[in-house]
Design a protein around this ligand. Structure first.
Ligand code: PAF
Length: 301
């Protein structure tokens, strides 16, 4: 397939390389005007060796010819990153959006009223040790599903993703896995960012009651939204991710560390807003949302 990928951070670069390995024709859309870039990529099972992958970049003709447009920028960047590219996108190009959190769906549907729109969430892990060096550090499930009528018939895209990096699965209701991931992000991201600790540190005794309370609040809101879950189930999933990613620093930990904006409005902020619609009190998520907003405002005065 002809593919354009916008937002080659660690996860975006991982998919760009994995799709290239399947002989897809992938171009990257970057913030600068480079026409070519090379990524150095180390596989999960060979962390000490890297292979080079060259990509064409920023060619509007290649964008217009793209059958698949993958957007892996941060949640708060989605609309500003897509808007200048709208004149080039063909109306039948399938758009896949992958970011932490929930809340960009409405604006994306308004921007792209004709295109099939798929949302995706992944538990694959990757990190960049330099701007062009990417390491695949953990396997995990990827879920994809339609958020508009036009995408209902696009389950083949999950097969493309699965061939590149399995397991990738098509979901009849993508909001279920998006909420599951939201629960994990509500627990791990703000706590690791506020305390500037790695994910594994959250296994310490001092964090257990906060994690219980976060999962309790998220479970109440998910139940009100019509998803069947319990505090215990969410807590178990959070603990599994804490163990599996013990040595990693969460994306929000890194954003605060590097004085960047975070995805908090699309994680704890989204949770609190949905809770308010259902008249559910979510004090701990609200407190963490405000704590991160405060840290961001100190950085961006
Ligand atoms: O945002 C992140 O870093 C990841 O989504 C997760 C699952 C919290 C692991 O670090």
């Amino acid at each position: 397939m002809n593919i354009t990928l916008l937002g080659a951070g660690a996860i975006g670069a991982l998919w760009a390389v994995k799709l290239t390995q399947q002989q897809h024709n992938v171009q990257l859309w970057t913030r600068n005007s480079a026409t070519e870039t090379t990524l150095h990529f180390s596989e999960l099972n060979a962390p000490n060796t890297s292979n080079n992958y060259s990509f064409n970049c920023n060619d509007p003709h290649a964008l217009a010819a793209s059958e698949l447009f993958i957007v892996t920028v941060k949640a708060f960047q989605v609309t500003t990153a897509i808007t200048p590219l709208l004149p080039y996108l063909s109306a039948d190009c399938v758009v896949v959006i992958m970011h932490n959190g929930i809340g960009s769906q409405h604006q994306v549907q308004q921007l792209l009223p004709h295109n099939p729109i798929i949302y995706a969430t992944t538990s694959q892990a990757a990190f960049k040790s330099t701007p062009t060096t990417v390491h695949h550090t953990g396997l995990g499930q990827t879920s994809l599903g339609a958020i508009n009528q036009q995408a209902q018939t696009q389950s083949n895209i999950a097969k493309v993703f699965n061939a590149a990096l399995s397991p990738s699965q098509w979901q009849a209701n993508i909001y279920q896995p998006l909420w599951q991931k939201l629960a994990i992000n509500c627990a791990i991201n703000p706590l690791t960012a506020v305390n500037q600790c790695c994910n594994g540190d959250l296994a310490q005794a001092c964090y257990q009651s906060q994690l219980d309370n976060i999962c309790n609040e998220v479970a109440q809101v998910m139940t009100a939204e019509g998803f069947s879950t319990t505090q215990q189930q969410l807590r178990h999933q959070v603990d599994t991710v804490i163990t599996a990613t013990a040595a990693n620093y969460s994306s929000m930990n890194r954003d605060i560390f590097h004085h960047r904006l975070t995805e908090i409005d699309y994680i704890s902020g989204y949770l609190v807003q949905q809770a308010q619609r259902h008249h559910i009190d979510t004090p701990i998520n609200k407190q963490l949302w405000q704590a991160i907003k405060h840290m961001e405002s100190q950085d961006h005065e």
